[in-house]
Design a protein around this ligand. Structure first.
Ligand SMILES: [Zn+2]
Length: 466
């Protein structure tokens, strides 16, 4: 009897994975090597891709056949910069614009925690089958666990609290996402504490201003990186000025998580990134969204309007907030939207050519959005990022490579080695498109279906029950 129960249990677990099936007749696009295979068959067995082959196949080896003639199959997209502790709504960063009088921050965090399944599903709807959370409170590690236990969720890699030169009291509800570290010893101790949680990354928030020059934090960055590397954990660094970014890489940072936008990058910097095999994640979309939300110059894409959380998007209309509850920063932006827009354009005037230069030089660029920040919508923000990468001069194939194979390198670990490409033995994480994104990057969101972990979801079904 016990044996029978075990057997039944085993069978029910097995059937959670779809039976063997094949996607037949599509064009398979593998951005890793820019190969395009017409009339291809992708055989999926359990959670893995069993094989990919061109031309007519022996039907007895295919399992259930799903006709895909006229469709385009890519590896599932990967957003390598998101924050699950932020909703992207107006109230999510009281340290930047304090709306506690409209919505207390603790209510905001409670809402976020209760909507994680919703966020997960929105990623899947956008064909995003893996994401990297670039830092947040310790409960980030629970988010990773929850995502791993949820079928309709992306794979998740996480960093814990950000190690920084500055503190952000308004975000501290007892489990702060940002921790001020003052000495190298303190940094080593904090990294050792994080190691207990098995983080995928350690994150440094290298903030530089007149009170915090590059050199004063540098020994702390160095100690953080040394200690992390001693535990075989890679370090990602937020560094948006050229000299900060240079210092971070010289100290051994593995990943730069934004663009340099204060000044054009020089050849020495480009070579430094190449020599150190540093991966750069540009996060172009986040640079426009705070300014556009606060000055009410919203430019959401169709994808964001359709697949973003409607409550989040509705909150971003600052004109609905009573005047006396608007923070000064927002009042100023509303009174002078031109200045807000000029500031954004100035960032892009530097960041976009920098991205093009790094891409041309062969630096590994991984697509990422910084979703969760005010106005940067979890899921569809990636398609605005693609538009901006295009504006920077990247080809459509390069953009797709950044969002798949390169992003998988940033994701890293055992999982990173098995995502981002369509190949035998890789995880069956795929996006099936109705039109060709190599012709027009806008087609990257023309999604017919998504396969995650060997389970096929018709795109329209993913958010249907919401
Ligand atoms: Zn971030």
């Amino acid at each position: 009897m016990k044996k029978l129960l075990v057997l039944l249990l085993f069978l029910s677990v097995v059937t959670l994975h779809a039976e063997k099936f094949s996607l037949v007749g599509a064009t398979v696009i593998n951005p890793a090597d820019s190969k395009v295979m017409p009339n291809a068959t992708v055989v999926i067995n359990g959670d893995k891709i069993e094989r990919v082959a061109m031309g007519k196949q022996d039907a007895t080896t295919l399992g259930k056949q799903i006709p895909c003639v006229g469709k385009f199959i890519l590896p599932g997209y990967i957003d390598t910069h998101v924050h699950f502790f932020q909703s992207a709504d107006l109230f999510t960063r009281p340290d930047g614009a304090d709306f506690n009088s409209v919505r207390p921050y603790k209510d905001e965090v409670a809402w976020i925690k209760s909507h994680l399944d919703d966020v997960f599903a929105r990623y899947l709807r956008c064909g995003i089958t893996s994401v990297v959370d670039d830092g947040g409170p310790l409960w980030n590690f629970e988010v990773r666990q929850k995502a791993n236990a949820t079928a309709k969720a992306p794979r998740v890699a996480v960093a814990g609290p950000l190690i920084s030169s500055v503190s952000r009291e308004k975000l501290d509800l007892g489990d702060p996402p940002i921790v001020k570290i003052d000495t190298p010893d303190q940094a080593r101790g904090f990294v050792r504490k994080l190691v207990e949680q098995n983080p995928d990354f350690v994150k440094i928030w290298y903030i530089v201003d007149k009170d915090h020059p590059v050199d004063s934090f540098r020994p702390i960055a160095r100690a953080t990186i040394e200690e992390s590397h001693a535990h075989k954990i890679r370090v990602m660094v937020h560094a948006t000025e050229l000299e900060t970014a240079r210092a971070a890489i010289e100290e051994g940072a593995d990943i730069l998580v934004h663009s340099v936008y204060d000044t054009p990058v020089d050849d020495a910097f480009v070579n430094l990134l190449k020599d150190h095999h540093t991966i750069l994640c540009p996060t172009l979309v986040v640079f426009e969204r705070y300014g556009r939300v606060f000055s009410h110059q919203l430019n959401f894409t169709t994808e964001e309007e359709k697949w973003g959380n409607p409550e989040v998007i509705a909150s971003l209309d600052v004109t609905k907030i009573p005047q006396d509850k608007l923070p000064d920063r927002v009042k100023a932006a509303l009174a002078d939207p031109k200045t807000a827009m000029d500031r954004i354009n100035k960032v892009y005037e530097v960041a976009l050519p920098n991205l093009k230069k790094l891409e041309d030089a062969g630096v590994t660029i991984a697509a990422g959005t910084d979703a969760g920040n005010v106005g940067t919508i979890h899921g569809p923000a990636l398609f605005r990022e693609f538009q901006l990468m295009k504006q920077a001069g990247l080809t459509n194939m390069q953009i797709l490579q950044c969002a798949t194979a390169n992003a998988a390198k940033l994701f890293g670990g055992e999982t990173g080695a098995h995502i981002g490409t369509i190949d035998n033995g890789q995880f069956a994480d795929l996006v099936i498109l109705k039109s060709n994104p190599v012709d027009d990057i806008a087609h990257a969101s023309d999604i017919d279906a998504v396969v995650k972990n060997g389970v096929l979801y018709p795109a329209d079904s993913i958010l249907a029950s919401r």
